[in-house]
Design a protein around this ligand. Sequence first.
Ligand code: SF4
Ligand code: SF4
Length: 426
Amino acid sequence: MFLKPTFFRGGIHPREKEITSDKKIEQMPEVGTYRVTTLQHIGVPATVMVKVGDQVKKYQKIGRAEVKFSAFIHSPCSGKVTHIKKIHIKGREAEEITIENDFLGEEFKRKKLQSFTPKKLQELVDDLGIVGLGGATFPTHIKLEGKLKTIIINGVECEPYLNADNRIMIENTNEILEGIKILMTTFEMEEGIIGIEENKAEAIEKMEEGVKEYQEIRVQKLPTIYPQGGEKQLIKALLKKEIKSFPRELEAITLNVGTILAIYRGVTHGTPIVERIVTVSGEGIRDPKNLSIPIGTPIENILDYVGLKEDTADKIIACGPMMGHEIGETDVTSKGMNGILALGKGKFPPKLPCIRCGRCVDVCPMGLLPLEYDRLAKKGKYHQMEKEFSLSSCIKCGSCEYICPSQVPLMEAIFLGLEKGRDSDD
Ligand code: SF4
Ligand code: SF4
């Protein structure tokens, strides 16, 4: 029997994609106020480049990346800066810039790229604030250096509910393929592999049709199993090799389809990331949609637009239910936010003690013992989580908590261990 390539260990099979899989991308109407934060990426927050009272144009830089491990931030509208304040994002200090939209749509124009050298392309990607749009938000320019032989394009989108990548593969096929071509030509790469889970039949069909014009690019169907889109799992499935930390070990680069689209638009139109595709879905949403939403849009405006079923919705989650986090209506969208989900009350049954059934162990794609993290976190023995049970190998996929019949808060224990284990010797 022919077996499709996958990552061979653990994994789960969540559903709920169907709600928005056929919904075409729509434009979210402009709102009066955007609040843009300076930390929307992995790394150092950007430094504010504007002051209260400044008039800004759409696409204008408002946050500067002072170091390599950071990303520029740009204005999503033309208007006036009315407020700048300090905020905390996941325990880290950053700033939030409020811009009152003047609805004039005045754009900051930048010069087009004249020559395609690796250095020039890397500088452009840096300048446009492009980060990994699959949710990881790793600054993309850091990946674009050194010798690269293979580009792996991540079209897996294995989180339940989400269809942002699925829809752009269907609706922006040629732009994505041209983006891959630009990267491959500039960096003289030999092969491009687009990995797509087989639950996205229309996207696979469109991409397979499109790649006929590109000899060196191929589509690889993958089984529908979470977390197929994890970088290590994807490389294992497509290249049959394991990496210790980064794809660079294999002269490979992995980029999400949304990131490729952003690079293509950056090269051809000079547009930075001021907008992204977001799946707004869940049992608590009246009219679920895939929306193109400016960065910095308040969540309450989006929920007003799609309609929130107050009696059904329990929690609002940013990104997918597996790796996402709870947000409130006063939060705003960011570059990494590929989903906004209003999940129903039945999704959160009461938490019970661990019954040591071992299901979390069976599904862990990294071969870890998640139940031990809960046991040690309860005792405050965070250091032991790494020393005895290799916590740093966890890819934070959430499969263990998803499968747990007792709803043991394993992810909470994992994040506590990662945060506190560094500074404690128990
Ligand atoms: S799945 Fe839940 S109940 Fe079962 S061993 Fe793991 S933590 Fe315990
Ligand atoms: S979150 Fe970590 S421990 Fe849990 S299944 Fe994923 S890799 Fe394993």
